[in-house]
Design a protein around this ligand. Structure first.
Ligand code: GLU
Length: 505
């Protein structure tokens, strides 16, 4: 068989915000496709109209745009295998349902919900399968005439997959190796419903994987139980030769304790579980997103990439391109990955350091505007360069550096008590004079001149510098003193000292 071009897909159902686990699944598909020079397809699985949520599709697309994960074809991208929205493929599925019926691989069942409930009450662990088929109301048990009459009468029906019992179905999984499941545990899955003239997820998902020439199905662990059905349906259609390879990714686990990561963990511990903020259109409930919380997309990607995969060494910080080169499904773990959200914060810190001061200044500028400050970009860039190693989020730059933009209106009481000595007013008045006389106000030159003034006068360096800091910053924090005065400029520096003297005496 000729080598097929690698084609993978991300196939969400538009039922709400995209969970962060889904983002990881998409990322791994993306990396796999890129690495193999393959295609990455975006398909929308919207055959269940009851679960359809308006805005979800747009939300998902916007999320990937923000994250920098690109698709090659699919909904909104176009391509030769469309349409890519399952609700627009009804006629295609009908043909395949008919094919299964014609080949005796599926049958029509008329059992009403009430009849099924009655059976469930009668038989413990009732499952619609080979053991009960002949006692139900379906085209296997009824005569051809009866079936035709029921359809002519307009009775609703479903089409069920006729699963042969007691067969070991082997799913070859690239992460879990061989997974063997006995077909007897499967029920005769509903593939189609006459009521809405639409296939169920089970059929649409598999027909589309075939028609879209998908070679690898990389998806969350929760879909592992669907894998044998995938195999059996491919066989029933006679598509064995193009059966995709499976890879079921490990679960994302709670940051602490056991169990699957949930939105509640995020709410409780204060981290988002969605890429972007999401407002539920029905309830109006707002859920936080990584973007709005101030994460850089690169940091989110890097963080997610390592939840269930590692490059085989201890390298942690990787660009998308590096990940593409290093990615390997065989290095994905079978066991669940703890969602260590603090690691995500660490990555954000790292990516802030990696970005240029100019880039971070661009992100900081809107925050300054919100604070009523018209950003002078040259100054913002310098401030960012001095302060970015102290923050995990760009928005934290405001608290760390606001004194560069607004003069202190009050002086931290505790600091003032400790650092503003009896002679501070006198010393600071002198210092203001010394500074005012300096021509070249660069940090180095200021430092040389101020230090020799301190030495001449026999002052205590620590006391002088502490009072100086209190005057300019309003508290005891901040970077190197002469860097602060240099950024503020001579006039502002001197004015702040005079104010401090006035207020603190
Ligand atoms: N529509 C399924 C979902 O919502 C796709 C599962 C699969 O990858 O087959 O995740």
């Amino acid at each position: 068989m000729a080598e097929r071009k690698v084609r993978v897909r991300f196939a969400p159902s538009p039922t709400g915000a995209l969970h962060i686990g889904g983002v990881r699944t998409a990322l791994y598909n993306y990396l796999f496709a890129r690495q193999h020079g393959g295609d990455f397809v975006f398909r929308i699985e919207d055959t269940d109209s009851n679960r359809f949520v308006p805005g979800a599709e747009e939300y998902i697309l916007e999320s990937f745009k923000w994250l920098g994960i690109q698709f090659d074809e699919g909904v909104s991208f176009g391509g030769n295998h469309g349409p890519y929205r399952q609700s627009e493929r009804r006629d295609i599925y009908k043909k395949y349902v008919q094919q299964l019926l014609d080949n005796d691989k599926a049958y029509i069942a008329f059992d009403t919900p009430e009849e099924l409930d009655a059976k469930r009450a009668e038989i413990a662990n009732f499952q619609y399968d080979a053991s009960v088929r002949m006692s139900m109301r379906n085209s296997l048990a009824l005569s051809k005439e009866e079936v035709e009459q029921l359809i002519a009468d307009g009775k609703q029906y479903v089409v069920r997959f006729k699963i042969e019992p007691n067969e070991n179905v082997v799913v070859d999984d690239l992460i879990r190796n061989e997974v063997t499941i006995n077909s007897s545990i499967l029920d005769d899955k509903v593939l189609y419903k006459s009521a809405d003239e639409l296939p169920t997820y089970h059929l649409a998902n598999i027909v589309d994987d075939h028609l879209m020439e998908i070679t690898h199905v990389i998806r969350g662990e929760e879909w592992l139980p669907s894998a044998p059905l995938h195999v059996l349906l491919y066989r029933a259609f006679g598509w064995e030769d193009t059966m995709p390879q499976f890879a079921h990714l490990p679960l994302l686990l709670k940051p602490e304790g056991n169990g699957k990561l949930s939105k509640r963990d995020g709410d409780r511990l204060g981290f988002p579980v969605f890429p972007l903020q999401w407002t539920d259109p029905k309830t109006g409930e707002v859920s936080s997103g990584y973007r709005e919380a101030g994460y850089l997309p690169e940091a989110v990607i890097n963080f997610l990439a390592l939840l269930g995969w590692n490059p085989g060494n201890d390298q942690e910080v990787m660009s998308l391109e590096e990940m593409t080169n290093l990615f390997n499904l065989s290095r994905c773990s079978k066991s669940g990955a703890k969602f260590d959200y603090k690691k995500g914060i660490w990555f954000n810190h790292i990516y802030i350091q990696q970005k240029s001061n100019e880039e971070i200044a661009e992100l900081f500028a809107p925050i300054l505007k919100e604070q009523g400050i018209e950003p002078v970009m040259d100054k913002v860039v310098v401030v960012v360069g001095m302060m970015k190693d102290r923050v995990n989020f760009v928005k934290e730059l405001w608290d760390a550096s606001s004194f560069f933009f607004i003069a202190p209106t009050a002086y931290d009481e505790k600091t003032a008590k400790k650092r503003w000595k009896d002679d501070s007013a006198q010393c600071m008045t002198e210092l203001a004079e010394v500074l005012a006389a300096i021509e070249d106000f660069t940090p180095q030159n200021q430092e040389t001149i101020v230090m020799s003034w301190i030495a001449d006068k026999g002052y205590h360096t620590g006391n002088i510098m502490n009072a100086f800091r209190l005057a300019l910053v309003g508290e005891g924090k901040g970077p190197h003193m002469f860097d602060i005065s240099w950024v503020l400029g001579k006039e502002e520096t001197v004015a702040r000292i005079h104010r401090a003297v006035e207020v603190l005496k």
